[in-house]
Design a binder for this molecule. Structure first.
Ligand code: ADP
Ligand code: MG
Ligand code: ZN
Length: 613
């Protein structure tokens, strides 16, 4: 009841604001009734009168001024201008007639139109919400709760309507493997309950848009034969405080009724950004929504049979609170597909499309580096449209090539088609990092190396073992870290005798580390054990601006010299290692060019085959 009360308040406020506006906008003229007009006319009070008429229809208005009331104008809207003219004539009142173009009337009635429009839109929104909730409830119980914004807007798919199974999700082999246990749990929660086994409540799917996160979620529900609730984080971000939280409450109430089931929250970053982050403004609504979500997740126990999947492409901006144990304590990375996976995805999407015998899916996979599953699906769809336009019965390679140009251009910003040269540079760059990671004793091992564009500025990445948390870093370790950072640039220089801007981030990171060694950790003999930097918590964005130097010119020069010394030393050490291992560098780059992404085993195999220098 309280919720709908709040809603009426909102509507009332909106209506009042519009009425006020309406009233003020019409303040210099006031409307009068026919009766008033006739009495003014009869009592000879009218000073001047003007008939405004529309040339196309006989409706119009008579506007007049009255003795003793200054410049105030009175307006009477009439449906028939002719009859008013007759009355004025009969009374011997002089008047002028002016034609008002059609849109003039629109202007006069605009406020009214807006008020009516707003009320209409509000009404429609409510109606559509109403029907949604009714669908959810299977068409009954919700009907009395008209005007209820707090109802969750989740869509629910019953298992028989879920279009996906694991078979439809191409690639993502490890990810699917990880999800099998979840499927099994959803199929027989009792089995797990009896053994007291704990299954995660929440799983975070992290990856760029279009990589199949939603699909994977649906496939899990499809495989397990359970309902699939889905809602998007951005749906929660409403203009009214409290609505999001109410929706969350409702969503989970529904889910509990239908358990076992999957709850899928898309774009969770829309509600679960780090609290207090962001620029200005209060984020009450978001925080309330997030808190409610956490309360709900804490509230049901592991074996209740609800698994919450959440998707995001930005794990770095998420509030750490949502990743605590018992919440989203498991992360699954859903990356962009490599060559082989792209071919598998293409195969899934050509299942229902007749192909000409010249179509070479492997080749298409080769030329679509950086494409996501959604991009590939789109590519094939465009090709199919083209062949239909030309009344052919199958898709030819030519259709796909044409579609490629179209899609490649259409999504230029999102998935730029990368040239072979760029690919090669990236392959050497990442190999440079990876080889140093592997060979230097205190860092590494390498977990995976990839030259698939991440879509967030990086052309590739070299990833050490994840979650290797260390409390302290020694001086030697930091030096090795700097060497690894420089490795990409050095490799580029060795092979292409040139460097690209792609290496600039590495350089920044390396320099910052070297500077910290000197000014913070007292790791340079020349400068000695002294800390020149105040502790600066990363509280707000203007961090670098707030950094104040606490030392003089001379010290600054010595610090710079020391930093340079460290950098130079690391550079030459790293260069030596890479030069000594030139054969491995080439082999690694070749392998990367072929496979785009290689794992630890494949990478390490490069070292056992060749002799290490
Ligand atoms: P996300 O949720 O990660 O943004 P979706 O699951 O919505 O991506 O994927 C959008 C579409 O892209 C899917 O409907 C499917 O057609 C296609 N797609 C994406 N990934 C795959 C995949 N791994 N296998 C097959 N098709 C995929
Ligand atoms: Mg999605
Ligand atoms: Zn790099």
């Amino acid at each position: 009841m309280k919720r709908s009360g709040g809603l009426f308040l909102y509507i009332a406020i909106i209506v009042i604001v519009f009425l006020l506006w309406f009233a003020t906008s019409a303040s210099h003229t006031s409307n009068v009734s026919m009766k008033r007009f006739r009495s003014d006319l009869k009592n000879d009070k009218i000073i001047s009168a003007e008939i405004k008429q529309n040339s196309e229809v006989p409706t119009g208005a008579v506007q007049y001024r009255v003795k003793g009331s200054g410049t105030e104008k009175y307006v009477l809207y009439v449906s028939n201008v002719n009859s008013i003219e007759k009355e004025l004539d009969k009374a011997g009142q002089l008047y002028s007639v002016s034609d008002v173009p059609n849109d003039g009337w629109v202007k006069i009635f605009l406020p009214l139109i807006i008020v009516v429009g707003v009320i209409f839109v509000l009404f429609m929104v409510m109606m559509s919400m109403q029907t949604r909730t009714m669908m959810q409830d299977g068409g009954g119980s919700g009907s009395s709760k008209m005007l209820d914004f707090g109802k969750s807007r989740a869509d629910m798919l019953m298992p028989e309507n879920i279009p996906f199974r694991f078979n439809d999700v191409a690639g993502l082999h490890e990810e699917k493997e990880q999800m099998r246990e979840v499927v099994d749990f959803l199929k027989n929660p009792d089995k797990y309950k009896k053994l007291g086994a704990r299954i995660p409540k929440g799983i975070l799917l992290v990856g760029p848009p279009g990589t199949g996160k939603t699909m994977l979620g649906k496939a899990i529900a499809g495989e397990a034969g359970v309902p699939f609730f889905s809602i998007s984080g951005s749906d929660f971000v409403e203009m009214f405080v409290g609505v999001g939280a109410a929706r969350v409450r409702d969503l989970f109430a529904e889910a509990k009724k239908k358990a076992p089931c999957i709850v899928f929250i898309d774009e969770i970053d829309a509600v679960a950004r780090k609290r207090g982050a962001g620029l200005g403004g209060s984020h009450d609504e978001r925080e309330q929504t997030l808190n409610q979500m956490l309360v709900e997740m804490d509230g049901f126990n592991e074996n209740q049979g609800i698994i919450v999947l959440a998707a995001t492409n930005r794990v770095d901006i998420l509030d750490p609170a949502i990743m605590r144990p018992g919440r989203f304590d498991r992360k699954v990375y859903v990356g962009k597909p490599d060559v082989r996976e792209r071919e598998e995805i293409l195969k899934v999407h050509v299942r229902n499309k007749p192909l000409g015998d010249d179509v070479d899916l492997a080749q298409i996979a080769q030329t679509t580096s950086g494409f996501t599953g959604a991009d590939l699906e789109n590519l094939l769809n465009e090709a199919a449209i083209r062949s239909a336009e030309e009344n052919r019965l199958y898709i030819s390679m030519d259709d796909i090539k044409t579609a490629f140009v179209k899609v490649g251009l259409g999504t230029e910003k999102k998935t730029r088609v990368i040239s072979d040269r760029e690919k090669k540079i990236t392959a050497y760059h990442e190999s440079g990092h990876a080889i140093l990671f592997h060979l230097l004793p205190l860092v590494g091992p390498v977990y995976s190396v990839s030259i698939i564009p991440t879509g967030m500025g990086a052309a590739g990445y070299t990833m050490p073992l994840p979650d290797k948390d260390e409390m302290f870093m020694s001086r030697e370790q930091m030096l090795e870290d700097i060497q690894v950072s420089l490795g990409g640039r050095i490799a580029e220089e060795m092979i292409f005798h040139d460097v690209t801007t792609g290496a600039s981030n590495d350089l920044k990171k390396a320099t910052r580390l070297a500077r910290d060694m000197v000014t913070r950790y007292g790791m340079s003999e020349e400068i000695g054990a002294i800390c020149y930097e105040e502790d600066d918590e990363e509280v707000f964005l203007g961090k670098d601006l707030a950094r104040e130097r606490s030392y003089g010119e001379e010290t600054a020069r010595r610090i710079d010299a020391e930093v340079k010394k460290i950098m130079d030393m690391c550079y030459s050490k790293a260069e030596t290692i890479l030069k000594d291992n030139r054969d491995i560098l080439d082999a690694s780059a070749d392998l990367l060019l072929k496979k785009e992404k290689i794992g630890r085993d494949e990478f390490e195999a490069l070292f056992t085959r060749e002799t290490v220098g």
